[in-house]
Structure formats: structure tokens, C-alpha cells
Design a protein around this ligand. Structure first.
Ligand code: F6P
Length: 230
């Protein structure tokens, strides 16, 4: 049966400084190591699918991701020559937002639907700065994290709404899919497939450098957490 793999993008330098909506693309050393492990993990899964004769019927693995530079960095770092020959062979490093890349065994596509919950006026700030500069917003979010919408930004409910086309695509596809997104987006996708109540979504743990492997069935969804790097 096909898999849906959910992962957050690899750790970035911006993320380490704790700011919201970090969209630049420099990965940390741990982030680059994760990309190498993720690439090896996918190639192993693809090999197993080939051995089981599933590739003929289900086709290439689809990689879906957002349009932030950190997504391209994650994908490109997965394709570094030597670390992933099967991916790098047809890949010349050209990626544009909304573009698709096809390489042996994999097809990658990006869409802004998978970008992180928009922090609006708080983008670029840390939690400590928000608490200090916007105490009313901080308190309102604390009271109702699910419905709280950042001014000029989004709420969890907004993100759930915008992910509908992605969910339809994930339900429709017969091939295995890796989704590279962010914390809030991954919480929403994970909750949909596992039937987690909506109120719990903003508080779900989604570890870094870990793949949530989902196998949706007719009545339930098998879940396996695969920690690939620290
Ligand atoms: O890891 C940082 C981040 O993805 C932010 O960009 C985002 O605002 C946040 O996590 C979402 O988590 P929470 O809703 O718990 O603040």
C-alpha cells in the first residue's frame, strides 16, 4: 500500500534564531545531515517498492513542498551529488516556484499552499518579541490558538481551509508522496489523516528531522514515526 510521508523542512539557520516565518534557505549542519538521511530513506523505500513490483502500477514517488527558499534548500541538499546518485543524475539544480522537477524515480512540485501559517505583523519576530511588543495578541493567541488570526496573517482554521486542495490530491493519488512543509501545516495534515480532533491540532508535537509515515486505510490510518537525525 502506498505511503504518505510528512516531514518538516530541514533545520535552517533562521529557525535556530527562533523567528517566525523564517523563509531563508541556509541549512544548519544538522539540517544538511537530515537531508542526506531523508534521501537515503526515500531511495530505500523506492527500492522496496520496486522489489514488490509496485512501481509499475503506482509510478514515481511524488515530492510536494512549499515555495519558501528553505524548501528548495531541503530538496537540493537531498540531491547533492554522491549522497543521492539516483536523484542527482537528472537534476541540474533548476527550481522555480510552482515548477516541477522530474528525476529518476521521483517527481517534485512546489506550491504556496504548503507554506507556513502566515504570522502577518509578527513575521520576522521571535516569540519573546511578540510577547513584549504585542502583549494583547500574545494573550489572545494563548486564549484560543486554533481561531487566533495574526493581523494581516492567518489562523490555524485558515490553514486548515487552504489545505483542502492538498488533502484532495493526497487522497486521490495512488502513488507514494513525500510532503515537505512546516510545523503548523504538518499538524493540520497529520490531524486530518489520523482523525485527531481539531482543538488538539495547534498543540501536536511534530519532531524535527523525523518522517511521519502514514498508511491510510479504509477505516483507519497506520502511523510510524521515523526519526532520521537528531
Ligand atoms: O518553527 C517555527 C514555526 O514554523 C513558525 O514559523 C510558526 O509560526 C510556528 O512554528 C508555528 O507553531 P505555533 O503555532 O506553535 O506557534
Amino acid at each position: 500500500p502506498r505511503c504518505i510521508w510528512l516531514t518538516r523542512h530541514a533545520e535552517s539557520e533562521d529557525q535556530l534564531s527562533g523567528i517566525l516565518g523564517s523563509h531563508r534557505g541556509e541549512l544548519t549542519k544538522n539540517g544538511r545531515n537530515y537531508c542526506r538521511e531523508l534521501s537515503a530513506f526515500l531511495r530505500k523505500c523506492r527500492r522496496e517498492m520496486e522489489e514488490a513490483g509496485q512501481v509499475e502500477t503506482s509510478g514515481d514517488i511524488l515530492v510536494l513542498m512549499g515555495t519558501a527558499p528553505v524548501h528548495y534548500s531541503t530538496l537540493q541538499s537531498m540531491m547533492i551529488k554522491g549522497s543521492s546518485p539516483s536523484l542527482s543524475s537528472d537534476m541540474n539544480g533548476e527550481m522555480t516556484p510552482g515548477g516541477a522537477v522530474h528525476c529518476k524515480g521521483f517527481q517534485a512540485m512546489s506550491t504556496s499552499l504548503l507554506n507556513e501559517l502566515d504570522g502577518g505583523v509578527c513575521n520576522g519576530l521571535s516569540y519573546a518579541e511578540i510577547q513584549n511588543d504585542y502583549p494583547d495578541l500574545w494573550a489572545a493567541r494563548d486564549r484560543d490558538k486554533l481561531n487566533f488570526r495574526y493581523p494581516n496573517g492567518e489562523s490555524y482554521k485558515d490553514v486548515i481551509g487552504r489545505l483542502r486542495p492538498i488533502i484532495i490530491e493526497l487522497e486521490r493519488q495512488r502513488r507514494s508522496i513525500l510532503v515537505i512543509s512546516h510545523l503548523a501545516v504538518q499538524r493540520c495534515l497529520y490531524a486530518y489523516f489520523t482523525g485527531t480532533p481539531m482543538e488538539e491540532i495547534p498543540f501536536l508535537e511534530m519532531d524535527m528531522h523525523t518522517v511521519a509515515e502514514l498508511r491510510p486505510g479504509a477505516f483507519d490510518c497506520e502511523v510510524r514515526q521515523v526519526k532520521l537525525w537528531e
